[in-house]
Design a protein around this ligand. Structure first.
Ligand code: ADP
Ligand code: MG
Length: 477
């Protein structure tokens, strides 16, 4: 067949024209330029990736019919997509239409040459890829059983469970988990993956860090195998991409991810994403991707509360077969409040020290060992801390604050501590009283009033209290 690409495309258009309405024809087909014809592979140029995806989504069968009519059953279509590069100048590169493995390369106006050998290379370096042989890249230790539930993760965890039961079959697609460092994002999404792998043996699950995804994509450009890269990811049934904030500013990678995302989503495949911030705060990510992230469910992970931290520690100890006195567990949980990874780190250093010194771990040893650790992490402001600060300031032992002593300086230090406790913690008056040797709430009210009055009349006193407040806000806010 020695036909000319323009003639072939013109005939295709005639057929297409008869099968779509005028507006669609004008919008989607008139802008297409035929580029080349090589044996039975017709290459057409489209103005954007979006355009390509639209065609693929809405007109793929019609176009298939049209070119087969012209070029026979072996006919294939290739796209030359004009992709805007970062410098703003337009340089087209080609992407093969999925489902139409092309036979051989012809790369007109090509910016990224493609490997279109037909065989799919697995970027996770598993030779001779078959669907079932894709290693999910999951850590078997991250499961739901050891992911302790608390107020901090209830929604995310139960959405994760729902997705694990029916991957691709819930409205949580994509499922987007976001939250700060060390709050359990990776653990949760890996637990989903492990559960699916367990219940649905034939489903292809893949966990990938977004940095790895980016690097694989860059490598695929270098080795002319972008096509393989795309095809590989389109095989996945459950795709988990961790820390997608790293895609920020990576326009090319975002384009490819968008493409893969659409393909998977349209085919009812499950997509699970994590990010260290809420979707609305993801700068440097294209709007069209962000809007897709919002199609499903976004659930956040908060810092765990005290009870959950204790439960996590106890579970961890149980798994490791170790025991710690209750006061030590509570000491750790009390002082390390913002990051579960640090909580585990503290536990590990305690174990290391005790096994080296062959000594049981008590509260004093723990305090000593964890001193540096705890100074480095942010603390919740507690009445204990306020008492410590005030007593340091007045150079007196804490016990005196809780004693019955009516000595003037001590009464004053006690009243200031109560006043600060009221001001800087959410503790109730009655509870504050308990912290000061079991006094009742009216004593606390009286203390707060006395301090306020004194501050109004005594400038020296006022300065002292303000100094203390400054110390508190510097150290704890
Ligand atoms: P992120 O990915 O958000 O930075 P990770 O998933 O790596 O956090 O979690 C940090 C550590 O805390 C991991 O060892 C994880 O097992 C543990 N962890 C997090 N959340 C929980 C939880 N709810 N129960 C038990 N362990 C948890
Ligand atoms: Mg993580």
């Amino acid at each position: 067949m020695s036909q000319n690409h323009e003639v072939v495309w013109a005939s295709c258009l005639n057929f297409i024209k008869d099968n779509v309405n005028r507006q669609s024809y004008k919008t989607w087909f008139e802008p297409i330029k035929p580029i080349s014809l090589d044996k039975q592979v017709l290459t057409i140029q489209v103005p954007s990736l979006f355009f390509y995806e639209w065609l693929e989504e809405h007109y793929v069968n019609l176009m298939k019919k049209a070119i087969k009519k012209e070029l026979g059953n072996e006919a294939k279509l290739e796209y030359n997509i004009v992709v805007e590069n970062s410098s703003g100048s337009k340089k087209p590169y080609t992407i093969n239409m999925p489902g139409h493995p092309a036979t051989n390369g012809h790369e007109q106006g090509v910016n990224i040459p493609m490997d279109i050998s037909g065989s799919i290379k697995n970027p996770f370096v598993i030779p001779g890829l078959k669907k079932v042989s894709i290693d999910p890249q999951l850590n078997p230790n991250y499961v739901f059983d050891n992911l302790i539930e608390g107020e901090c993760n209830r929604l995310a965890r139960s959405a994760g469970l729902a997705v694990a039961k029916k991957p691709g079959g819930t409205s949580f697609n994509p499922l987007m988990i976001y939250g700060g460092v060390g709050l359990g994002k990776t653990h949760l999404v890996q637990a989903i993956g492990n559960s699916i792998k367990h219940d649905y043996k034939s489903k292809v699950v893949l966990y990938v860090q977004s940095e790895k995804f980016i690097n694989q994509f860059i490598d695929s450009i270098k080795t002319n195998s972008v096509n393989d890269f795309i095809n590989f990811y389109q095989l996945i049934d459950v795709l988990i991409v961790d820390d997608i904030q790293f895609l920020s500013g990576k326009e090319r990678t975002q384009d490819i991810f968008f493409h893969i995302f659409n393909h998977l989503h349209q085919n009812g495949k499950q997509i699970i994403l994590t990010s260290d911030r809420a979707p609305k705060d993801l700068t440097g990510i294209e709007e069209r991707l962000l809007s897709r992230f919002k199609w499903g469910l976004s659930a956040d992970l908060q810092a765990p509360d005290f009870e959950t931290r204790v439960a996590i520690l106890e579970n961890k100890m149980y798994m490791d077969g170790i025991e710690l006195p209750k006061e030590v567990r509570e000491y750790i949980a009390y002082n390390i409040s913002t990051n579960i990874r640090e909580l585990e780190g503290a536990l590990i250093s305690l174990l290391a020290h005790s096994s080296i010194n062959r000594a049981p771990i008590d509260l004093n040893i723990s305090k000593e060992i964890l001193k540096n650790f705890i100074n480095n992490v942010s603390k919740e402001l507690t009445i204990d801390h306020i008492q410590t600060l005030v007593c340091e300031h007045y150079e007196m032992p804490i016990d005196l604050l809780k004693s019955k002593t009516r000595k003037r300086e001590i009464v004053q230090a006690r009243q200031i501590s109560m006043f600060l406790a009221k001001k800087f913690t959410k503790t109730s008056l009655a509870n504050i009283g308990k912290y000061f040797g079991g006094r009742d709430h009216s004593t606390v009210i009286h203390a707060c009033q006395t301090v306020t009055n004194l501050m109004d009349t005594d400038t020296l006193f006022k300065e002292q209290v303000e100094d203390l407040q400054k110390k508190i806000t510097i150290n704890y806010n």
